[in-house]
Design a protein around this ligand. Structure first.
Ligand code: F6R
Length: 607
């Protein structure tokens, strides 16, 4: 996690560094800091908490300097204090870091044994001292960095500033992303192209193990074996505009409301309405050879994958394994030759998912990436790119990316079914018609906003909340619980409705609201039986269903949320809206920081 910016500039850089950090705050907001070289000394400004605090520090004590580095932090080693905030510095070197130095303990002990004074609990400060030691021993910065990099295990993107070389910055990456930007007489380092978008669109992406020296005379990239290499400069296409909240109080609300439009936008890339066809933007890939599918993702993206598993198995009769990415690599997964791995990620940078992608690629799997950020590492490393067109998602809780992922995965399921000879043209036509209904159904679902807001108070007072669903509503129950806990800090769990009686029903009492997601359809009666078992034990049920479902089972519930009637294929997309809105209104009622909830970051770039 963490975001990095570096500028080797013509004019003072502090304001532009701060602006770059604003674009990276999605990577963490525990603390932030900037360092520059001013009159032959390294100067720093740092603040704990959100970026706004650093802004205040800089306003009180402005920072000059035309060369600088900056950082926004998601704490790994050491609490979110000012002292642990980056840049870390000795009198000669300042450094910012994204990632984790896994061998930091022996390195730290080594430094302490040599009498170095360390000021923080971070792994980053170790690197700063290691480089400093080499410079004190007489090496120039390039040689010093060359000596230190092979000593670091783990993942890192680094930007390093040198007191005695104010016209130089050195960057390095292994496992964490870093890009170089080329401006007019200036060069930049950034965690992503978005951070640099207002400064330049001319970007080169560093490869694994690359390191780069920026000077006034030019930029030189080296590979991990220290060979000088060229990395292509491409046009990033990243927008320099800062996204605003429009008329909404929070980004999350704006993004929930954008869903009819962005899902329609996404579907446009996959549906050929005039021909009644579902297609994929990978025309040359033959899906009929796929024998087995492995889906890997984290968090909300993982739940989208769980829904897709039902679809792939039901429509294409292709066996699907699904794993959370952080578990995948470490359980020695068996992958059949000719298998397809699907990674799903909003950011395209999630470290666990990326590691799984690389692992599966090395094992000969074809990799398809369902990704929202087209410039991301996953988008670049996958064999097949299946973009979602949700636009930038700023709220930490994922909403519109989820429904767009489902839209893409439904299109993929239909294509897999066609390729396997399991879908007739008539069935395909029906699927096109159902998917085409989604934007309007999402709009309809948003019409329940006020009703959901009105009942949010009843959930906001709870200490624990359960979510139940069956079939594709089970992943939605998990997603509802995740949304609630991450933004309202209420403990919530999602269960397969039929699992309740195997243990969790012991949790039921009159203080635990139970949110039941049950559109009318083939599984409705079974879910309702489980719901009644809960009610029989004093459980307070909120039923989310359509008019038919509510007429059949709404009695005795503390509240009902009436949804539009949705075909079972599209129900998981449409029913995402009420669970998102419920979490949102509960969080607002509790007064939490909806868009930047505590302890979280939007893009999780550490394992
Ligand atoms: C939950 C949430 C996270 C992400 C997860 C994966 O609201 O946002 O659970 O879904 O960190 O992130 P991506 O999709 O960027 O790989």
């Amino acid at each position: 996690m963490c975001g990095i910016v570096g500028i080797l500039g013509k004019d003072d850089v502090a304001d532009r560094l701060l602006d770059g950090l604003k674009r990276l705050e999605y990577r963490g907001y525990d603390s932030a800091g900037i360092a520059t070289v001013v009159d032959g000394a390294i100067e720093r400004r740092r603040a704990s908490g959100k970026l706004v605090n650093l802004g205040k520090v800089l306003a009180a004590e402005p920072l000059a300097g035309v060369t600088g580095i900056a950082h926004t932090r998601w704490a790994t080693h050491g609490g979110p204090t000012t002292n642990n905030a980056h840049p870390h510095a000795t009198d000669r070197v300042a450094l910012v870091h994204n990632g984790i130095i896994e061998n930091f303990k022996p390195l730290r002990e080594e430094l302490l044994a040599r009498g170095r004074k360390l000021e923080s609990q971070t792994d980053t400060e170790i690197v700063c001292h290691l480089v400093s030691e080499q410079i004190e021993a007489g090496l120039d910065p390039v040689e010093a960095v060359k000596v230190v990099l092979p000593r670091l295990h783990g993942a890192f993107a680094l930007a390093i500033l040198f007191r005695d070389h104010p016209d130089m910055l050195i960057g390095a990456r292994l496992g964490s992303p870093l890009v170089v930007g080329y401006g007019d007489g200036e060069t930049y380092l950034g965690s992503d192209a978005l951070a640099l978008a207002p400064l330049t669109q001319r970007i080169s992406y560093l490869d694994e193990g690359d390191w780069v020296v920026l000077t006034r005379g030019g930029t030189q990239v080296y590979d991990q074996a220290n060979n000088p290499v060229e990395r292509a400069i491409v046009n990033s296409g990243a927008s320099g505009q800062l996204i605003d909240k429009g008329n909404h109080r929070h980004f999350m609300a704006k993004e929930i409301y954008e869903q009819p439009i962005v899902v329609a936008q996404t579907l446009r890339a996959y549906l050929q309405r005039l021909e009644d066809k579902v297609t994929l933007p990978i025309p040359d890939f033959d899906l009929s050879v796929i024998k087995r599918v492995t889906i890997v993702a984290c968090g909300t993206s993982y739940y989208a994958g769980m829904v897709a598993k039902y679809w792939f198995e039901q429509f294409a009769r292709v066996a699907v394994d699904i794993d959370v990415a952080s578990e995948f690599r470490y359980r020695a997964p068996v992958m059949e030759d000719g298998g397809l791995m699907i990674v799903i990620s909003q950011s395209g940078e999630t470290a666990d998912t990326l590691a799984a992608l690389r692992h599966a690629k090395a094992e000969g799997q074809t990799i398809a990436a369902v990704v929202n950020v087209p410039t991301s590492t996953m988008a670049r490393e996958a064999d097949l790119l299946l973009p979602t067109h949700a636009g930038p998602e700023i709220g930490v809780a994922s909403t519109k990316a989820f429904t767009c992922q489902l839209a893409v995965l439904a299109a993929l399921a239909a294509n897999l079914a066609k390729a396997k000879g399991r879908m007739t043209p008539e069935e395909e036509k029906a699927i096109v018609a159902h998917l085409a209904e989604v934007p309007a159904a999402l709009n309809d679902a948003l019409g329940r906003d006020e009703a959901i807001e009105a009942m949010a108070g009843a959930v906001a007072v709870a200490r624990d909340v359960l979510y139940l669903g069956r079939g594709t509503d089970y992943p939605l129950a998990l997603e509802g619980a995740l949304k609630l806990k991450e933004i309202s800090y209420i403990h919530a769990e999602g269960y397969a409705a039929g699992e309740m009686k195997h243990g969790p029903i012991a949790l039921i009492d009159e203080h635990v609201p139970v949110i039941v997601i049950a559109p009318s359809g083939p599984l409705f009666e079974k879910t309702v039986s489980n719901m009644q078992e809960v009610q029989a034990r004093g459980g307070k049920v909120v039923l989310i269903s359509d008019a038919e479902g509510i007429a059949a089972a709404g009695e005795g519930c503390i509240a009902t949320i009436e949804m539009p009637k949705a075909h079972p294929l599209i129900a998981p997309i449409v029913y995402a809206v009420p669970v998102q809105l419920l979490a949102y209104h509960v969080a607002v009622a509790k007064g939490t920081d909806v868009d930047q909830p505590r302890n979280l970051a939007k893009s999780v770039t550490v394992e």
